[in-house]
Design a protein around this ligand. Structure first.
Ligand SMILES: Nc1nc2c(ncn2[C@@H]2O[C@H](COP(=O)(O)OP(=O)(O)OP(=O)(O)O)[C@@H](O)[C@H]2O)c(=O)[nH]1
Ligand SMILES: [Mg+2]
Ligand SMILES: [Zn+2]
Length: 321
């Protein structure tokens, strides 16, 4: 057991401090949920790892939640969250400050998927930073960066080549003490490599304690939240981006012209489907954006997407892989 954990190591912030009563400060302890099991929660605290049995009077909790516990290590209350990832009733992760949306700049670049991740982060009320990896494999870096920037002019975007030695100082600046960070990105986007170039997940000092798998220490004192539920959310987004893409691609096969841009051509099956109300306009826009920079490589794109799809299904491995 790691006896040297402080609340600040775990991501404690003023926002949570303000919710504590005098009673809490004098007689209670604070702990952070680091694992959710069918019948119990595991929490990290200054006193090490705690276990709380799930009980009907407790609110549902998720990884990242801060909880007040009494001296007997029983649940007192959950603190208000600063951010929450959920899918309907299914809670995925909470109190994440910054999410790195990792996307490769090679031919798997997918603006639609970046947008989906961005929307997830926005809905969760966390901050997004888009990290464009594999800059060394792309000769239109600025063009793709501009496409991402058009999603939101204020969005922070960092371009990195994680194979080079210089790249990550810009990112390290975001890993301030007390900040909780998460990472979203398609399979193969370079998440593990990015994390590995920032921190060695196998090193003992990255682990808070042995038997938990979702909270890690990053350099500069930030916390990395990486859980199976978050990885599933990320894979689902990748899969639904693919199905939108394939839907439009399938309809586009019926266009009269092979090189149809689905703008104003006669015999355009895509425009017809939109007019008849069988296809939403936004799907077409996403499809056009995704095929924009490599117009005649639709087949390659589809293959790549299909590949990503099966990868997402088959491989549910962690960032450390
Ligand atoms: N050339 C180049 N290759 C990179 C870069 N970043 C990652 N890669 C390579 O891309 C491949 C995938 O990288 P990973 O870090 O495993 O990707 P991931 O996002 O963790 O993938 P999953 O765990 O499958 O979701 C690896 O072979 C990396 O070495 C980069 O900046 N440049
Ligand atoms: Mg990985
Ligand atoms: Zn068309």
């Amino acid at each position: 057991m790691d006896a040297s954990i402080s609340m600040f190591d775990l991501g404690w912030q003023t926002y949570f401090q303000q919710q504590l009563s005098l009673d809490d400060l004098e007689t209670h302890n604070i702990a952070r949920v680091c694992q959710v099991e069918p019948s119990q929660y595991k929490l990290l605290s200054e006193c090490g790892l705690l276990t709380l049995t799930k009980q009907s009077h407790q609110p549902e909790m998720t990884i990242g939640d801060w909880v007040v516990v009494n001296k007997e290590k029983h649940f007192v209350r959950k603190l208000d969250r600063s951010a929450l990832f959920n899918q309907g009733d299914h809670l995925i992760a909470s109190n994440v400050d910054t999410v790195l949306i990792v996307s490769a700049l090679d031919d798997t670049f997918n603006l639609d998927l970046i947008k989906r991740y961005y929307d997830l982060v926005h809905d969760a009320e966390a901050d997004a930073i888009v990290v464009l990896t594999k800059a060394d494999l792309c000769d239109s870096v600025d063009e793709k960066r501009d496409m991402v920037q058009r999603l939101n002019p204020l969005l922070l975007i960092e371009t990195v080549n994680t194979k080079s030695a210089e790249p990550l100082d810009a990112l390290k600046g975001f890993f301030k003490p007390g900040k909780t960070v998460a990472i979203l990105g398609a399979p193969g986007a370079g998440k593990s490599r990015l994390v590995r170039s920032l921190v060695d997940l196998d090193e003992p000092e990255t682990q808070f304690s042995e038997p938990q798998e979702s909270l890690f220490r990053l350099p500069n004192g930030a916390v990395l939240l990486d859980s199976p539920a978050l990885r599933e959310l990320q894979a689902n987004a990748a899969m639904s981006a693919e199905s939108d893409f394939e839907l439009v691609a399938k309809i586009a096969e019926k266009c009269r012209f092979n090189d149809c841009t689905h703008t104003n051509e006669p015999g355009c099956a895509v425009l017809q489907a939109v007019e008849q109300g069988n296809l939403e306009e936004y799907r077409v826009k996403a499809y056009k954006r995704a095929t924009f920079s490599y117009t005649d490589e639709v087949t390659t794109k589809q293959k790549t997407q299909r590949h990503a799809h099966s990868d997402a299904r088959a491989r549910k491995h962690s960032l450390a892989d």
